[in-house]
Design a binder for this molecule. Structure first.
Ligand code: 13P
Ligand code: ZN
Length: 280
């Protein structure tokens, strides 16, 4: 299959109270692990990258890797831009072949955020690519973006309703207590707020910062419209831990075909575990 958009997979998840896993796809090994995990569970999956990831991998490689993955996979695969910071970055991804994009204007004043998102929706939807956008501030660290958890603020449902109506987005990322990166303590998710946001937006919702959120909380959020769940930090942690452990035991190993293998295997299991958590 070629790369698919996230439109159908998110709608199906949303209608049926489960969620699609969206995993940070940092390199070939990670991409192969994500696909293998999704294939083992037989569900669609989203490979997602920030701009700094496609700059690191290089765009032409990024697209070739994702396309090759999608063509061979036994499940639908989408390639999504995560936290696109500007109209220009989104355009670059649309031109290159991403099949889903997020524009993140959450740091902008409300009206400016709306204007930016509207412009992106117009361009992306014209070629049938769905758009995700965020309102409120999700705390923590995501690539070069750092938001002090104290300064993170929750999404206002009234503004969310206007935001969704005026922009015409296909999925919405609210701030309801999750944060990117590592949690200092178990986060307290605002389920009543999420429920209200769900009621007024009536759109597939996206949970950012899902690494470290308990299984019970993730599962509970599926009742309130969460249809896409983003994981990155836990994958990075596990991959690095596995490599460190491997080199401690095998300090002289120099063959990437050997030292990446246990890390990849461990990642497949983690992806499976997360996917299972997202099923109804
Ligand atoms: P974590 O790194 O906390 O899992 O967050 C992932 C994310 O939200 C990517 O947009
Ligand atoms: Zn995020």
């Amino acid at each position: 299959m070629t790369l698919v958009t996230t439109t159908e997979m998110l709608q199906d998840a949303y209608q049926n109270n489960y969620a699609i896993g969206a995993f940070g796809a940092h390199n070939l090994e990670v991409i192969k692990a994500i696909i293998a995990g999704a294939e083992k569970e037989g569900v669609p999956v989203i490979l997602q990258t920030t701009a700094s990831t496609y700059k690191y991998v290089e765009m032409s490689y990024m697209i070739a890797l994702a396309k090759a993955a999608a063509e061979q996979a036994k499940v639908p695969v989408a390639l999504h831009l995560d936290h696109g910071e500007s109209f220009k970055v989104v355009m670059e991804c649309l031109r290159a072949g991403y099949t889903s994009v997020m524009i993140d204007g959450s740091h902008l004043p409300f009206e400016e955020n709306i204007q930016l998102v509207k412009k992106v929706v117009e361009a992306a939807n014209a070629i049938n690519i769905p758009v995700e956008a965020e309102l409120g501030t999700i705390g923590g660290v995501e690539d070069d973006l750092q938001v002090d958890e104290q300064n993170a603020f929750f999404t206002d449902p009234e503004l969310a309703e206007r935001f969704v109506k005026e922009t015409g987005i296909q999925s919405f990322a609210p701030a309801f207590g999750t944060a990117h990166g590592k949690y200092k303590q178990e986060p307290k998710l605002q389920f009543e707020l999420l429920e209200e946001i769900h009621r007024v937006t009536n759109l597939p919702l996206v949970m950012h910062g899902a690494s470290g959120v308990s299984e019970a909380s993730v599962r509970k959020s599926l009742q309130y419209g969460i249809a896409k769940v983003n994981f990155s930090t836990e994958l990075k942690d596990l991959f690095a831990e596995q490599l460190r452990a491997f080199f401690l035991e095998n300090p002289n190993e120099n063959d990437p075909r050997k030292y990446f293998l246990p890390a990849r295997e461990a990642l497949i299991e983690l992806v499976q575990q997360k996917i299972v958590m997202l099923q109804k």
